[in-house]
Design a binder for this molecule. Structure first.
Ligand code: WT7
Length: 638
């Protein structure tokens, strides 16, 4: 497969970026032309950021799976599309060629149809990292159903909230998932969620861990039985549903500064074009390369750079079921050598956790197949960057630091491997089609270099968020109302003297814990549900491995009676129940009051400083209702 849009030099990059700014429509018309469309678009772009209303490739008809599967069958039919490494290093790995993956997607698409799933229906997928997860996602796309993958670390309550919001009548799950030494009873969690969701009509359950599960007659069916039914139909074909470019492809829930996660909606045409375009260019993918993205498909990184981006490019993509530290901290390196991985795309938190084990686990590994390393999810600190560069890349692999978000669908700011220069801790330059701007609090654009501000994007790109499911006003409010005619990212950013961008972190009440996005309001709501809790406030603090840790200040009914540590565990348990283990507070400090202004607003700046260990220079505390609580909070710091 050749990529007519592939950038091959720094000059090429400059030209592409300039063209994309001068003539965005001409630019993307050209890129989109190398994809497979049933019908060409009538207009490349119609948009306003006021409503917002953004339409890319309007009138165009396509199916993304024809681009990810069918069109590769001729040339790449026998090439590996998906390589799966199981959690158990002794277990059997699996290799699915493009032909195999196509056949399995067709088969499962027919299973979905047999179970009543129709175009536009929302299907919730709650599975571990097994090949059938990829198959389920693509089968939904095949028939035009809207998939909504939920990460395996979310609780029953979180699932129920999402099912309700999406009104998903169909669920695809596994009996259980294996992660390191742990087994997660996925189907049991689903059963707990469904107590509240009587509208769910069908649950399709894949056998994987052989964990005992309950199967409700009339509602729950086994994946394997359903496949057999399709086989007895003589393995019929499943022509791809013809989709409008702007039909929804999927919903993915993500946290914001309010208590309720938002269903970010991406559409078929623009998302397809942008994920494949960015995949090929950022990683400089060459046919035959083995691409290993270590993310979970429950997050946007997995959607865009394990599945759609690579498959759109006819690449070989890897899926790993396990975790980097099990059975030991050499697991990633075993995988790299076993499959001769060329591109390794991972997260700073994983690197920092592996750094803690020293160089021992790397010894005995060649790692000489590696050509490109990538980082995503949070700012990468200089030390982790250098460690990765020296010890994993052996000084010869470019590292791409890719900044983007669930809402942006694909990588927005990043160097291109070996093409544009890297600069440690900088995401560096915008991709073609991306126009970043820094703005001050009043929304004035800050021009020039060596400046800081809030990061916004000026012009739409093909994979921009279209809406938040079921609540368009919320999408407008969150992303398009803070600054006029701009998409607001929620991140702070510095632009250096050469125009390189360095993301400095969120400026809203969103935490980034091990690359997972967690809303402080969500955690506070969960803590406040615990009996005895009167009020709470959550802030982030620097954490060596997780990037940010969760620090909770809690006003509790009987702070000094009973067993404080047990109460802490109870609160943690409540959070695990309501959100999931990923939102567990790292530290809980009991307080008798919170620093509030006279208007009742919690002064988080003070709480943040104390959590960070800064007890002097707390800034102006004169507007506080009760300055004495600050002294108490400082003394009780954990
Ligand atoms: C937030 C988005 C993008 C996929 C994974 C996370 C932070 C992401 C970087 C980076 C600095 C980064 C930002 C962003 N972030 N990548 N390379 N450097 N910060 O997606 O859960 O939607 O979170 O992650 O703060 O806003 P997400």
């Amino acid at each position: 497969m050749s990529y007519p849009f592939k950038i091959s030099s720094e000059e090429d990059y400059r030209k592409a970026w300039n063209k994309s700014v001068k003539d965005p429509e001409g630019f993307w018309d050209g890129v989109a032309s190398s994809f497979l469309w049933r019908k060409k678009w009538d207009s490349v772009l119609e948009w306003n950021f006021k409503d917002p209303d953004v339409k890319w490739f309007s009138g165009g008809k396509l199916n993304i799976t024809e681009n990810c599967l069918d069109r590769h069958l001729g040339l790449l039919g026998n090439q590996p599309a998906l390589i799966w490494e199981p959690n158990d290093p002794e277990g059997h790995h699996r290799v699915l060629t493009y032909r195999d993956l196509y056949n399995k997607v067709i088969q499962f698409a027919n299973v979905l149809k047999n179970n009543g799933v129709e175009k536009g229906d929302r299907v919730c997928i709650y599975m571990g990292m097994v090949p059938e997860l990829a198959i389920a996602v693509l089968a939904c796309a095949r028939i035009g159903a809207v998939h909504s993958v939920i990460f395996g670390g979310f609780s029953a309550q979180s699932i129920a909230d999402r099912l309700q919001d999406a009104q998903a009548k169909y669920i695809i799950t596994c009996d259980g998932a294996s992660r390191g030494a742990k087994e997660i009873p996925l189907k049991n969690v689903i059963d707990d969620a469904l107590v509240q969701c009587r509208f769910v009509e069908r649950v399709i359950v894949l056998t994987h861990t052989h964990t005992p599960v309950s199967m409700i007659k009339g509602r729950d069916v086994w994946w394997e039985d359903e496949i057999k039914k399709v086989e007895t139909m003589g393995n019929p074909d499943c022509p791809a549903e013809e989709m409008d470019a702007e039909d929804p492809l999927f919903i993915l829930y993500t946290s914001g500064s309010t208590g309720k996660p938002k269903g970010v909606v991406h559409t078929c045409g623009g998302y397809m074009v942008y994920t494949t375009y960015s995949f090929v260019n950022v990683f400089q993918y060459e046919p035959g390369d083995i691409h290993f993205c270590t993310a979970d498909i429950g997050w946007i990184t997995g959607h865009s750079y394990i599945l759609y981006g690579p498959l759109g490019a006819g690449a070989t993509t890897m899926m790993f079921e396990g975790i980097p530290t099990w059975p030991d901290a050499g697991r990633f390196w075993d995988i790299v050598d076993k499959y001769k991985v060329n591109i390794l795309y991972t997260a700073p938190t994983a690197i920092r956790s592996l750094m803690g084990y020293g160089l021992g686990p790397i010894h005995g590994h060649k790692l000489d197949s590696l050509k490109v390393l990538g980082s995503v999810g949070e700012p990468i600190n200089e030390e982790a960057w250098q460690w990765m560069h020296d010890n994993i890349g052996k000084g010869k692999c470019p590292i791409v630091d890719t900044w983007w978000q669930t809402e942006t669908g694909g990588i927005m700011i990043s160097n291109m491997a070996g093409i544009t220069p890297a600069k440690p801790t900088y995401a560096t330059l915008p991709l073609p089609g991306i126009q970043p701007v820094l703005v001050d609090e009043e929304g004035n654009e800050i021009e020039g270099n060596d400046v800081s501000g809030n990061l916004c994007i000026k012009h739409p790109w093909p994979s921009i968020i279209r809406t938040t499911y079921g609540d368009h006003e919320r999408c407008r409010q969150t992303y398009f109302s803070t600054y006029k005619d701009m998409y607001f990212t929620g991140d702070g950013c510095y632009r250096d003297a050469e125009g390189n961008y360095r993301i400095t972190g969120r400026v809203d009440d969103v935490l980034n814990v091990s690359g997972h996005r967690i809303g402080t309001a969500e955690v506070e709501n969960a803590i406040n549900m615990h009996a005895g809790v009167i009020e709470s406030a959550i802030v982030g603090y620097p954490h060596d491995v997780k990037g940010q840790g969760i620090y909770a200040y809690v006003i509790y009914d009987h702070p000094h009676s009973g067993d404080e540590n047990l109460t802490r565990q109870d609160i943690t348990q409540t959070v695990t129940r309501i959100i999931g283990p990923i939102a567990k507070p790292d530290k809980i400090q009991f307080v008798s009051g919170l620093p509030k202004t006279r208007s009742g607003k919690i002064m988080r700046r003070i709480l943040r400083k104390v959590a960070e260990g800064e007890t002097e220079n707390l800034g102006d505390t004169s507007t506080l209702l009760d300055p004495a609580v600050v002294e108490e909070i400082k003394k009780g710091r954990i």
